[in-house]
Structure formats: structure tokens, C-alpha cells
Design a protein around this ligand. Structure first.
Ligand code: GLA
Length: 725
């Protein structure tokens, strides 16, 4: 529900449990009075009564003590007279960087408008959008704030459109998507950080005065930081405490900051990174920011995750895929790397079919002269000599084994050793006079160029049109350095990074529309582009190149804060693990991989017979419980020794089935097993352990917990399935 009161000049935006209240001040400034638990439509103007009591700030409009710098402004500008970090900045032809946007008008739309050139959430259930128009006081410049309320999901979203109706062009130096002000600072900042092979580790830090936050300057959202951020009340846990979470529907450079000002207020900001960014808006043109989505939980992190998970499945993933179960795959990468021929592939495929896998994925190495990572990216012609015939005939043979066929591509890249580079050296992202630096022996195509976009679309379309291909892993194996374009004018060079992302989205949009039945899995050296922008096109993402189950515990826990299990690719691989050298049991590798979309990434033909039998059992178990695992409600459980023991559970959407997983990292001598309390059960209902037949009351499992097994070795796991009686 969105309502504007003429009397109070308050906008009240209410979902089932959440509320956002904005107010238009007499001066026309727009303020965010409140965001949090639903309180109902009340006049909140009194909240600003004491805002005039601060000292030593500049006054606006010549009114003594009217100090915008201490107001919770919804979309603050810089220097007229607010001196906090602004949400946007516009540079004018005369060099002026000051703006003064005030309320002009509003509209309320049913549903929500699409964003020009950018992916965004789609409508599910009741959605209304408030469009607020702000106008600069001295010129014909307009800011449109679009705030959508997803009533049934308790999620709100916001994007901004800037319109230049003056006769001159202007340069946007900064234009974020969201600025959320809070009138206190008793919070911790929660982010997901890491590096290649150890992405999305949860990082929690207490707010201090000044600015703190995360960003990416890597051209992609990146392994280092994920475009998700939350503020949590100090002391928040999985089941208690207030949390405000936000994420960006964008796959490029971003910034997320929390700035504590001089009066202990916080502004939480999220959007395109203003560093190395500018955008010229010609007279009569406009600029649209990516969409930010945000929510509030009054019951800790698990509830925030549940809200986002439902929303992402229903409103972010391509609608065709939102309820579709995902196949169990075998991927050739860690099984064979570049070293394969047709017999090797067919042997792997045959063994995969025998253990019950459903999809065979041919990873890197099938095209051009690609026998190592130093050549052929861009030459998307199958290497028929290596494949022992055409790609079409290989797909057919694999299909005949009862498996569907998937293929790996890395379309945004170019190897210096490739026919494409010989033909089009100017297609590479580079700055005049500098040789672009290599990473993994490759360079990046200037995806902002239309000719490059057309080339990629044409090449990929040919491959994706091969009969029998039902899955594509879309990879991107380096960050973007030397960010410049040989095609863009000098004044547009800082537009390169954003233009790249827009170009990528155009390619994704075209190819996914042409091939709606193909399941796309996003990847960027693992989880380097795990974000909502990517998920609008690829309903799942390869979580990390590290397949070691113990490393994966932190990666997958971090992802689960924001992203639902159905978006997470997670595979069982060989031991010793290729990234960490760790040896873990097949049971534990299976238990961890079964937190998401299960796959195997090892040479199945090389397994012992007993191991093959175990894999068969794992696959049969997964198939039986697939809907529960992929779409169940995911709870992170509290263990007695949180550093050494990890546990989670999934509850089917109808509440009938429960799947609990417990992992003990290192074993400790002379300890007695403790108990693991479950969550989200019905107190009065009985739950039957389907393996042993033992029955427990929901209240027992909630308050006493499951008795854990005695642990006698490192990297142990235990799993339980319960059925509600
Ligand atoms: C990246 C991916 C891997 C694999 C290789 C192939 O690293 O994340 O899964 O596909 O590329 O080169």
C-alpha cells in the first residue's frame, strides 16, 4: 500500500510487515522519516523537531537553524549546504557541481516500470510503485525516484532516473541507487568478502564515525566484495535482532557504504561506484541507475535471508526457471581439464549416466586450439580433431547415453593467440598508448561496442542452437584492467565500465530470449559475478572455484545470507582437493554439495567400485529430496562451537519435510556429543526420522535439539531427514 497524506505531506509505503515513510518538508526537501517494522500510517513529522538543535551547520533558504545536513534526506546532494557524502553529483558546463532538488510532484503506479537497458525485478503478487519527481531549483533538471513495494514479499526496491531538460549537456559524477538514512548508529555492518577460491565470507564490523564500506573497481561485482550489505543492531543473531539488508541488481563496479555523521546518524548507500565513473547526459536525455532492493527483519539474519530468498526466486530469476528443479550434472573440468579426446569424454559421460547423473557438461578446451589457458578465446569453432568429430555428433552421442548436454563458454574474452585478435586487435579493452595487461593469459573484449556485441551474439547463437544443448556455463575469468575504449571519445572514457555492463546485459537479454529453454549458469572464475544482475539472466551461478567442502562451508554460508540455495552451483570433487590439498570423506563432500545444486567434478571412471556405489546413493538421495533441497527454506543453525561446527537445515515449502546437515571440522578428544536445536518447526507436531523411525515432538527438537553423533575423525558429517506426521 502506498498513500500520500495531503495534510502531513507524508508518503506511507507499507508491505505486510514493513514500512517506509517519506516526508516532504515545507521547503520541498524530501526526507526518509522511517524504515523498519510496520507501524501504520501516522504523522511522523515530529521526528524532526530536534533536528534544529545542532550547531555549526549552514542554514538553507536563509532560515535560522534550518540545517539540511542533519536531516535524513532521501537523496542528498553535496554542498548546498549539506556536507555529508552525497547520493549523487552533477557537473555543469560552467563547472558548477551544486544541485538543489526539491519536491515537484508524485505518481503512484500499479506494478512497476521496467528499467532502460538494465535488468530488474519483476512483479509478483501485489506491487505498487511510488514515483517522486524532484526538480532542481535553478534549472530544468529532474530526478525521478521510483520506489516499489512488493507487498507479499516485504521487499522494497528503488532506482533513480535523472533527466536533463536543459539546453546543455551535463556530466554525472555520481548517481547511486539508494540512500537509506537512520537516526541512530548503534549498528554493525555486515558484508560478504573474500578472494578467488574463498568468496563471500561473512564480515561483521561495528560502525564508527566516518565512512566505512565495500566496493568493486574490478569491472565486475568481483570476488573481493559482493553487492550486498546489511546493517544489524548490535548483538543480532540468526533468530533475533533487527536487520536492514540491501542488494544491487548490477554486475559491475559498485559501492556500498555506511557513513556515521557528526550526530550519530547513519546513511547507508548503495549504487554504481563513482570512482572512475562519469556519464555525460546530453540535452534532452536521461540516465537510469540500477535497481537496489532492500528489506527489514525484526527476527535476525535468518528472517532477512528468508525474505530475500523468496523474493529472488519469484522476482529476480527468469520466470521460466523460478520453480524448475535443476539437473544433477557432471562437469569435465576437474575430471580432465584441457586433456581430453572423444573417448575420454564418452567414458566420463557413460560413467556419469551409470551413477544416475542427468547432465554432462563439457567445460573449457573444446574450441580453436585451446589445449591450455593461453590461446583461442574468441575462436568459437569446435576443435573437431580433438573432439573426434563434430560437436553435434558428440552431443548426440551423449544424449543417447540418457544425459542432456551442457557446454562452457567465455564469450567476453579474447586470447592474444587467436584468429580473432589477429583480425580485430582494436576490439580489446585498452587505453591508447598502453598495451593491455594480461590476466590468465587473456584480454577482455570491449563489450560496450556494438560490433563486438553482434559478434558474440552470432557466435554463441550458433553454438546454443545445436540440437541437444540444454545448459550453458557462461564464464568470465579475469577482472577488467586498462579500462578504456578505442572507440569512445575522450570525454566518454569514464563511461567504459558501465557501458560494458550494459553491453553484457544486451547480449544476455538477446541470447536468453532466443534460448529460453537453456539453463544458464553464470560464472566468473567461480563466484566473481554472483549478483542479482547476473541472476536476472542465469538462474544459477558457480559459487566458487574452490570445491573443498571445508572451504565451501564459509562460502556457502555467506551466500546463504542473501542468495537462495537454488542459485548456488555446488559440486563434489576429488581428493586430495585440487585447491587446498585437503582429504575429506566422500560423505562429507556430498553433504556440503547438497546444500545447493548438486554436481560432480571428478573422474567418475577412476573411482573405486565402492565409491561409485556411494555416489549412486548420493544421487538417488538427492533426486528423492531435490525439491526440498533446492527450494526448501534454508535455516542457518546455531552450534555449540560455531567455529568448528557448522549446521543448517532446509524445510520444504509445505513444512512437511526437514533436511538437517551437521559438519564437524576438527575432531576433539574426550568430548561428549552435544545437541543441535532446529528451527521453524511446529511445536505440537511430531517429526519422524525417516531412516530410524524415531519420533520427536517439534517442541523437543526446537528446545532440546537433536543429539549429535560422537565425532571420531576430522571433517565429519551427519545428515537427517524428518517427516512431519
Ligand atoms: C574458470 C571456472 C572453472 C572452469 C575454468 C575453465 O576458472 O570457474 O570452473 O570452467 O574456468 O577454464
Amino acid at each position: 500500500m502506498i498513500h500520500y497524506s495531503q495534510k502531513t505531506k507524508n508518503f506511507t509505503l507499507i508491505s505486510k510487515q514493513t514500512q517506509l515513510t517519506l516526508a516532504v518538508l515545507e521547503s520541498g526537501h524530501l526526507c526518509t522519516m522511517y524504515f523498519g517494522k510496520k507501524i501504520g500510517e501516522v504523522d511522523l513529522n515530529y521526528l524532526l523537531a530536534h533536528q534544529r538543535d545542532a550547531n555549526y551547520m549552514a542554514f538553507a533558504d536563509g532560515i535560522v537553524d534550518f540545517q539540511p545536513e542533519i536531516l535524513p534526506l532521501t537523496f542528498p546532494s553535496f554542498g548546498h549546504p549539506d556536507l555529508r557524502t552525497p547520493a549523487f553529483q552533477i557537473m555543469h558546463e560552467n563547472g558548477n557541481r551544486i544541485s538543489d532538488f526539491r519536491f515537484e510532484s508524485y505518481k503512484i503506479h500499479e506494478g512497476k516500470p521496467p528499467l532502460k537497458g538494465l535488468p530488474s525485478s519483476h512483479v509478483s503478487g501485489k506491487v505498487q510503485t511510488l514515483e517522486i519527481c524532484l526538480k532542481d531549483q535553478t534549472k530544468e533538471e529532474f530526478l525521478f525516484l521510483f520506489i516499489s513495494v512488493f507487498e507479499d514479499y516485504d521487499v522494497m526496491s528503488q532506482h533513480i532516473v535523472f533527466e536533463n531538460r536543459t539546453a546543455q549537456s551535463v556530466v554525472i559524477k555520481k548517481m547511486l541507487s539508494l540512500n537509506l538514512p537512520f537516526l541512530q548508529d548503534h549498528y554493525e555492518l555486515v558484508t560478504l568478502g573474500g578472494a578467488w577460491g574463498r568468496e563471500t565470507h561473512v564480515d561483521v564490523r561495528q560502525l564508527h564515525m566516518g565512512s566505512q564500506g565495500i566496493d568493486s573497481k574490478r569491472g565486475i561485482s568481483g570476488h573481493g566484495q559482493n553487492p550486498f550489505v546489511a546493517l544489524q543492531e548490535i548483538g543480532t543473531g540468526e533468530e533475533h535482532g533487527e536487520v536492514y539488508g540491501a542488494g544491487l541488481v548490477y554486475s559491475g563496479n559498485f559501492v556500498a557504504t555506511a557513513e556515521v555523521d557528526m550526530h550519530e546518524n547513519v546513511n547507508l548507500q548503495l549504487g554504481i561506484n563513482p570512482f572512475d565513473f562519469s556519464w555525460t547526459v546530453l540535452s534532452g536525455e536521461s540516465f537510469t541507475t540500477p535497481e537496489a532492493v532492500f528489506t527489514y527483519s525484526d527476527q535476525g539474519l535468518n528472517k532477512m535471508s528468508h525474505i530475500f530468498h523468496r523474493f529472488i526466486i519469484d522476482c529476480i530469476l527468469p520466470p521460466l526457471w523460478k520453480n524448475k528443479e535443476r539437473p544433477i550434472l557432471v562437469n569435465s573440468w576437474e575430471a580432465a581439464y584441457f586433456d581430453f579426446d572423444r573417448p575420454v569424454l564418452l567414458e566420463l559421460a557413460k560413467a556419469s549416466a551409470e551413477v544416475g547423473a542427468e547432465l554432462f557438461v563439457l567445460d573449457d578446451g573444446w574450441f580453436g586450439q585451446r589445449n591450455a589457458d593461453n590461446s583461442s578465446l574468441g575462436d568459437w569453432e569446435p576443435n573437431e580433431e580433438k573432439l573426434g568429430g563434430s560437436l553435434e555428433s558428440l552431443v548426440e552421442e551423449v544424449n543417447n547415453l540418457g544425459l542432456s548436454f551442457g557446454i562452457w563458454v567465455e564469450p567476453e574474452m579474447i586470447s592474444p593467440k587467436s584468429n580473432l585478435f589477429e583480425k580485430h586487435p582494436d576490439w580489446v579493452i585498452s587505453c591508447e598508448g598502453y598495451t593491455p595487461q594480461l590476466s590468465r593469459n587473456q584480454m577482455v573484449l570491449d563489450v560496450s561496442r556494438e560490433d563486438v556485441q553482434e559478434y558474440i551474439i552470432e557466435k554463441m547463437d550458433r553454438i546454443f542452437s545445436i540440437k541437444g544443448i540444454s545448459y550453458v556455463k557462461w564464464d568470465m575469468n579475469r577482472s577488467i584492467t586498462d579500462a578504456g575504449s578505442l572507440r569512445l571519445e575522450a570525454y566518454q572514457q569514464e563511461e567504459q565500465a558501465h557501458r560494458y555492463v550494459l553491453g553484457l546485459y544486451k547480449i544476455f537479454e538477446t541470447l536468453t530470449t532466443r534460448h529460453p529453454d537453456i539453463l544458464f549458469e553464470g560464472c566468473a572464475g567461480g563466484g566473481g559475478r554472483f549478483d542479482l544482475g547476473t541472476l536476472c539472466y542465469t538462474p544459477q551461478v558457480w559459487s566458487s572455484d574452490c570445491t573443498d567442502p571445508i572451504t565451501r562451508l564459509s562460502i556457502q554460508k555467506g551466500l546463504s545470507l542473501f542468495y537462495p540455495s537454488i542459485t548456488m552451483g555446488s559440486h563434489v570433487s576429488a581428493v586430495p582437493n585440487h585447491q587446498t590439498g585437503r582429504i575429506t570423506s566422500l560423505e562429507t563432500r556430498g553433504a556440503v554439495a547438497m546444500a545447493g545444486n548438486l554436481g560432480y567434478e571428478l573422474s567418475i571412471p577412476d573411482l573405486e567400485t565402492s565409491e561409485k556405489e556411494e555416489v549412486k546413493k548420493q544421487i538417488a538421495f538427492y533426486k528423492k529430496n531435490r525439491e526440498l533441497i533446492q527450494f526448501g527454506i534454508h535455516y542457518r543453525l546455531q552450534t555449540v562451537h560455531p567455529e568448528n561446527e557448522k549446521a543448517w537445515m532446509k524445510k520444504s515449502r509445505n513444512g512437511k519435510m526437514i533436511y538437517v546437515t551437521y559438519i564437524s571440522i576438527l575432531s576433539t578428544p574426550n568430548t561428549l556429543p552435544k545437541r543441535l536445536r532446529l528451527l521453524g518447526l511446529e511445536e505440537g507436531a511430531y517429526y519422524k526420522n525417516v531412516e530410524t523411525g524415531e519420533r520427536y515432538l517439534g517442541s523437543e527438537l526446537l528446545n532440546i535439539g537433536l543429539v549429535l553423533p560422537k565425532i571420531t575423525s576430522d571433517f565429519s558429517s551427519a545428515e537427517w531427514i524428518f517427516e512431519k506426521q
